[in-house]
Write a protein that binds this ligand. Structure first.
Ligand code: FAD
Length: 452
C-alpha cells in the first residue's frame, strides 16, 4: 500500500499517487510526501474492543491507525456531532462560501463500513468508569472497553462579556456553528470579531469577502500574538486594512447591546461599534470534564506521558484534549500525530510521542503567511536574520542557534515554509546557507531541500 502524508495537516492518503487536493487543508499534490511503501507490521495483541470518544482529527486518525495495524479489534467511536469527520480547518472559509457539508467531509461515509469502524453520531459519552472499563452514552447504554482513547477536543473559550447570549453572538468550533453563522451572515451588514488570532482573522476575511463591514477587536497590541513578532504583525495588519478590515488593537469588548438581537458592541473606551453579528474567537479550552469526573488526572488538558497514556494505563488521550509536557498544542497536525501514537500504544506497539513542530498557515486569499517554531530570540546565543522587501510586501525572519533553525516567520513568500519546517524538524545544520539568507536569497532553502 502506498501512503502519502500531507505536509501541512498530516492527512494520510492511500493510493498510487497523491490526491489532487488535500481534503483537510486544500494543499495540492506537491505538498504530499511519500510515507511508506510496505505492509505495516500487524499487531498480534488480542484486544477485543477499543473505544474512542470524539470523531475529530485525533479520534478518526486513531481509528484509522488501529485498523491499519489490527484487522480484528472492534473499534467504536462516539461523537456528539451529527457529522462524520470533516475539515475543521475549512470552517472559517465555509462561513463565507457556498460549499456544503459533504464538500468538507474527509472520508466518504462508506469508508467507515469498509474499515469496520462503528461510529455513533449524535451520541455523546456522558461518563467513564475506569474501574469497570466501561463508558455510558447519552442514550443510557453502557459499553465495555479493553482500551479507551479520549479525543474529545476543545471548545471555544468564552470570556465573560455582558450580552453574550444575544442572538447574533457566536463562537466557531464545529459545523453546526458554521452553518448558523453563515445563515446569519446572509442577512447581516456588519460584524465584529473578538480576537485577532488566526481563526479570528480568517473568519474576518471570509465575512468581508461576502460584503460585510468587518472590525477585529484585540486586547493585545498586535495581531497573532502567539505566532508573529511586532514587525510581521504590523505588516499583516496593513495588508488586511488594505482589504477593508478595521482594527481596534489594545481594546477590550465590555458589552454586547441589543434587544433580543445584537445591535452593537461596546469597547472599554466606551466607543460603540454597530454590528449585527459578533464572533468570539478568544482561544480554546480542552473538553476535560468527562475525564475529570472519572478521576483521570487533568490540568488544563488530560495529563499524558510520552505514550499518551493517562494515570489509568488503558486510557489514552490525544489531540486538543491532551496535555503533554505542560502543553496543549491545539493544531490539526499534532492531533493527527497524537492519534497515531495513542492508537499504536493502545495496540501494544510501544511508540513515543516526541512533539509536533508548530506550523501555522494563515488562509486568507491573496496572502501567504507561514510561521514555524520560535518567533523571537530566547537566549543570548540565539541569532536572527531578518529581511523586509522594499515594497514591504515581503517579510522574512529566521531564528537560529549554532546553525540549527529554531523558528521562521514568512509573509508574502510562497513554497519555502515546509522546507524550513523540515529543516527545523530534522535539526539540519544551515551553516552554508546563512550568507545567502542574509542577502535575502531565500530560494536557497529550496536548493538545500533538494539535497536532503
Ligand atoms: C475554525 C477553525 C479553524 C482552524 N484552523 C486550523 C488550521 O488552519 N490549522 C490547524 O492546524 N488547526 C486549525 N484548527 C484547530 C484544529 O481544527 C484542531 O486542533 C483539531 O481539530 C483538533 O482535533 P481533535 O480531534 O483533538 O478535536 P476536535 O476536532 O475538536 O474533535 C473532538 C470531537 O469530540 C467530540 N466530543 C466532545 N465531547 C464528547 C463527548 N463527551 N462524547 C462524544 N464526543 C465528544 C466533539 O464534538 C468533536 O467532534 C482550527 C479550528 C477551528 C475551530
Amino acid at each position: 500500500m502506498i501512503k502519502w502524508r500531507c505536509k501541512i495537516c498530516g492527512y494520510i492518503h492511500e493510493g498510487d499517487s497523491p490526491p489532487d487536493k488535500c481534503p483537510v487543508c486544500g494543499a495540492g499534490p506537491e505538498d504530499f510526501k511519500l510515507l511508506e511503501h510496505t505492509q505495516t507490521p500487524q499487531s498480534k495483541l488480542a484486544i477485543a474492543r477499543i473505544i474512542i470518544i470524539g470523531n475529530g482529527a485525533a479520534g478518526v486518525e486513531a481509528a484509522r491507525t488501529i485498523r491499519e495495524h489490527n484487522k480484528s479489534v472492534e473499534i467504536l467511536i462516539f461523537t456528539e456531532e451529527s457529522y462524520h469527520l470533516y475539515s475543521r480547518i475549512h470552517l472559517s472559509r465555509f462561513i463565507g462560501n457556498q460549499s456544503n457539508e459533504t464538500d468538507i467531509q474527509i472520508y466518504p461515509t462508506s469508508w467507515y463500513d469498509e474499515q469496520k469502524i462503528k461510529v455513533f453520531l449524535d451520541t455523546p459519552v456522558i461518563s467513564i468508569s475506569p474501574q469497570d472499563n466501561e463508558i455510558r452514552d447519552s442514550k443510557g447504554s453502557t459499553y465495555k472497553y479493553n482500551k479507551l482513547i479520549i479525543a474529545t477536543g476543545a471548545s471555544p473559550f468564552i470570556p465573560s462579556i455582558e450580552g453574550s447570549s444575544l442572538k447574533g453572538v457566536f463562537s466557531l468550533r464545529n459545523l453546526t456553528d458554521a452553518i448558523k453563522i453563515r445563515e446569519k451572515a446572509k442577512n447581516s451588514h456588519s460584524a465584529v470579531i473578538v480576537g485577532g488570532g488566526i481563526l479570528g482573522i480568517e473568519a474576518a476575511s471570509s465575512l468581508k469577502s461576502i460584503g460585510l463591514k468587518v472590525s477585529i477587536i484585540e486586547t493585545a497590541h498586535h495581531l497573532m500574538l502567539k505566532q508573529l513578532d511586532q514587525d510581521a504583525s504590523m505588516l499583516l495588519q496593513s495588508i488586511l486594512e488594505d482589504k477593508g478590515i478595521n482594527f481596534y488593537l489594545n481594546h477590550r469588548v465590555v458589552k454586547f447591546l441589543g434587544v433580543d438581537h445584537l445591535e452593537s458592541t461596546v469597547l472599554d473606551t466606551g466607543e460603540e461599534i454597530k454590528a449585527d453579528l459578533a464572533l468570539i474567537s478568544t482561544g480554546i479550552s480542552s473538553n476535560i470534564s468527562l475525564a475529570q469526573d472519572a478521576d483521570i488526572n487533568v490540568n488544563r488538558g488530560i495529563i499524558v506521558n510520552e505514550h499518551l497514556q493517562s494515570n489509568f494505563p488503558n486510557i489514552y488521550a490525544a489531540g486538543d484534549v491532551s496535555e503533554f509536557q505542560g502543553t496543549i498544542m491545539g493544531i490539526w497536525p499534532s492531533a493527527v500525530d497524537q492519534g497515531i501514537v495513542a492508537a499504536k500504544n493502545a495496540l501494544g506497539i510501544k511508540t513515543k510521542y516526541t512533539g509536533t513542530v508548530p506550523l501555522h498557515i494563515l488562509k486568507v486569499s491573496g496572502l501567504e503567511l507561514t510561521t514555524v517554531g520560535q518567533k523571537y530570540k530566547k537566549n543570548s546565543t540565539d541569532e536572527e536574520i531578518k529581511y523586509t522587501s522594499k515594497q514591504k510586501e515581503q517579510y522574512l525572519k529566521l531564528i537560529y542557534n549554532r546553525n540549527i533553525i529554531l523558528g521562521v516567520i514568512l509573509i508574502g513568500v510562497a513554497s519555502i515554509g515546509f522546507g524550513l519546517e523540515k529543516l527545523i524538524k530534522n535539526k539540519t545544520p544551515i551553516t552554508e546557507i546563512i550568507p545567502h539568507l542574509e542577502k535575502g536569497n531565500w530560494d536557497i532553502v529550496k536548493k538545500k531541500m533538494k539535497q536532503m
